[in-house]
Design a binder for this molecule. Structure first.
Ligand SMILES: Nc1ncnc2c1ncn2[C@@H]1O[C@H](COP(=O)(O)OP(=O)(O)OP(=O)(O)O)[C@@H](O)[C@H]1O
Length: 597
């Protein structure tokens, strides 16, 4: 036994000899322990002795004791952490590297492997735990004069945190918990424990606990606001005397991420149970829902926000109710401005399946009612990682005349072999000089109607007695051939296109203000798209239609947009589009969660 131990130790030493950088200073205290061990060896079982020998000789133990001694001897001023969330930084770096593995230098690859080692990750995790710990002020002794009550009362002390809290949470009431008056007993109880807040991290305060005293002040008969005042006026340590609840509490964090489809401002929400605990957000932001335990108030954090405490947001059910109520009110007040029909456009679309194959897009009202029924609150999302050789189609949506064709053409011009647009189908007769499959696929009306009925077209419509359309198969063909498919369909095609199979990236091309629209189009002698047979500039009415149509599209579909580009200056709108196309190939992006499963 001993010989195998010494063999291990000597091999350890050999390693050190060959690399002077790795030489370590043996700790004298451990050295003393080792010599005691030798002296007392007769009193120990051989196996235990071997184990202790290996442990006391281990390089890691000596290094650890050295670190401990350094921390103990150093003054606290010298030990201010540069950051307290290194594990998040590690996750970000790994995410960056994972998509570049095939382009990484040998050093980059080594870094990639090192960062995935459990030892390194554990080390960083421990670092963060130490870095986030608030050591001062020291907790005073817990009073021990509780006598008989000791079994049923718990005393919890929390230290008022100095951690900065972002946004509207600056006024967070210290503990990371909300309180309420129990309707039956009239007692003050813990209503909610916010994930990641001080109460949650203590693991000692739970929903339903009755608050008896705060800082030795009896709260019997007091209101939740009185208790809040006591908390706000306290400095340093806060002592709670609580009667624990009998209930079971699960405070496991959910992993759900959602994209918000509305703005939320807790300060202006009359129903939120505790304004200070609210989490404000803007439409389009991704939120990490950490708890859905309460039917009306979820707990959430902003994705990527390093702030550890969660805040309250309205649940989906609550928000849906509000929207329905607001719509009812709007209906009663006759506010239907955005739902009036829009003017004519040069492209045509009808709803597939059913008897509407000859309906042209000018007549939109019926289809829109369906869209307005959808109540957009939160959409569950997940990150989709780009896969080399399989590119998501880029779909440009916008009002007719806003410039989608122009942007699409410019993108294709940058690399015609990479960016492709599907060839449309038509029932109009082929003209001299045209080639089947080049400008259009020429098909009979019967065949095209049959395919439309079978749902094979993502958009279609009738113009001057002929059908036109884009088939779903031609989009798939481009995607499967490893090219980037770029489409500019009518906005009603969005619902057909936004499927887990196609996973489109939807870019909304938004017009600038009416004034800027007129100026920019005038300066570049833009051609109207409202009159296919006549090349002329846009009329005043057409400019106004572009703006109206944009408002309508936003009202109906803005929850589908992955990105919005304002097409004022053409060059800058195009460079934004190009940047989006590049991002699609290199970055993981949020998509509906069902697309990733
Ligand atoms: N930012 C811009 N500044 C000036 N002119 C522009 C701008 N964007 C587009 N245009 C011009 O406006 C005209 C209409 O653009 P385009 O044909 O791309 O519109 P569209 O959105 O594709 O319309 P439709 O959907 O009706 O076919 C073109 O002459 C185009 O060059």
């Amino acid at each position: 036994m001993m010989s195998s131990t010494s063999a291990e130790i000597s091999s350890d030493k050999e390693e050190k000899m060959s690399d002077p950088e790795e030489r370590f200073t043996p700790d004298p205290v451990i050295g003393r322990l080792l010599s005691c061990l030798e002296k007392e060896s007769g009193m120990l079982v051989e196996e235990d002795l071997a184990f202790l020998n290996v442990m006391f000789n281990s390089k890691s133990l000596h290094a650890l004791v050295n670190v401990y001694n350094k921390i103990r001897n150093g003054t606290s001023d010298k030990l201010i952490p540069v950051l307290s969330s290194s594990i998040d930084v590690l996750a970000d770096v790994l995410e960056e590297l994972v998509h570049r593995t095939y382009r990484l230098s040998p050093d980059g690859k080594e870094l990639f492997h090192l960062l995935q080692r459990p030892h390194l990750q554990s080390l960083l995790h421990v670092h963060d735990v130490v870095a986030q710990k608030d050591y001062y002020p020291r907790l005073p002794e817990i009073p021990r004069d509780e006598g008989d009550e000791e079994d049923t009362i718990k005393i919890v002390q929390l230290v008022k945190s100095n951690e900065p809290l972002s946004g509207a949470q600056n006024a967070e009431p210290i503990v990371g918990a909300t309180i309420k008056k129990d309707e039956v007993t009239g007692k003050i109880v813990i209503a909610r424990v916010l994930h990641g807040g001080a109460a949650d991290r203590s693991g000692l305060i739970h929903v339903g606990d009755e608050v008896v005293e705060v800082n030795n002040i009896n709260v019997e008969g007091k209101t939740p606001n009185d208790v809040l005042t006591i908390l706000q006026n306290s400095e340093g340590t806060i002592t709670f005397k609580l009667v624990p609840t009998d209930g079971k509490y699960s405070i496991r964090e959910s992993k759900v991420r959602v994209r918000a489809h509305f703005d939320y401002d807790s300060a202006n929400d009359p129903y939120i149970p505790c304004k200070e605990a609210g989490l404000d957000f803007c439409k389009g932001e991704v939120l990490h829902i950490v708890s859905q335990d309460d039917a009306y108030w979820w707990q959430a954090r902003k994705e990527g926000d390093r702030n550890m405490r969660a805040g309250l947001i309205p649940s989906r059910a609550l928000q849906e109710r509000r929207i329905i109520y607001e719509r009812d009110q709007m209906g009663k007040n006759g506010e239907e401005a955005l739902c009036s029909s829009v003017s004519a456009s040069s492209s045509c679309v009808v709803t597939p399946g059913g008897s509407k194959t000859k309906k042209i897009i000018y007549d939109l009202a019926e289809c829109d009612d369906f869209d307005r029924e959808q109540i957009a609150t939160y959409e569950e999302v997940a990150k989709l990682y780009p896969r080399p050789g399989i590119y998501r189609p880029i779909v440009l949506i916008g009002p007719p005349g806003v410039g989608r064709n122009e942007l699409k053409r410019r993108l294709i011009d940058t690399d015609p072999d990479k960016y492709r647009t599907p060839t449309p189908y038509t029932t109009r007769p082929m003209r001299p000089g045209e080639e089947n499959g080049k400008e259009y696929f020429f098909v009979s009306r019967e065949k095209m109607e049959e395919d439309i009925e079978a749902g094979k077209f993502i958009e279609f419509g009738e113009y001057k007695g002929n059908l036109y359309g884009t088939s779903a198969d031609s989009v798939k063909e481009i995607v499967n051939s490893g090219k980037v498919c770029i489409l500019n369909p009518h906005f009603q095609a969005l619902k057909m296109l936004r499927t887990p199979q196609l996973r489109p990236y939807i870019v909304y091309i938004k017009p600038p203000s009416l004034e800027v629209l007129k100026d920019t189009r005038g300066a570049m002698h833009a051609r109207s798209t409202f009159d296919a047979n006549n090349s002329r500039g846009f009329t005043e009415e057409e400019f106004e239609d572009i703006i109206k149509s944009a408002a309508k599209i936003e009202f109906l579909y803005d929850h589908f947009f992955d990105e919005t580009i304002v097409n004022a200056d053409l060059a800058s709108a195009f460079s934004q589009l190009l940047a989006a196309a590049n991002r699609l190939e290199s970055e993981p992006l949020w998509v509906p969660a069902s697309w990733v499963q």
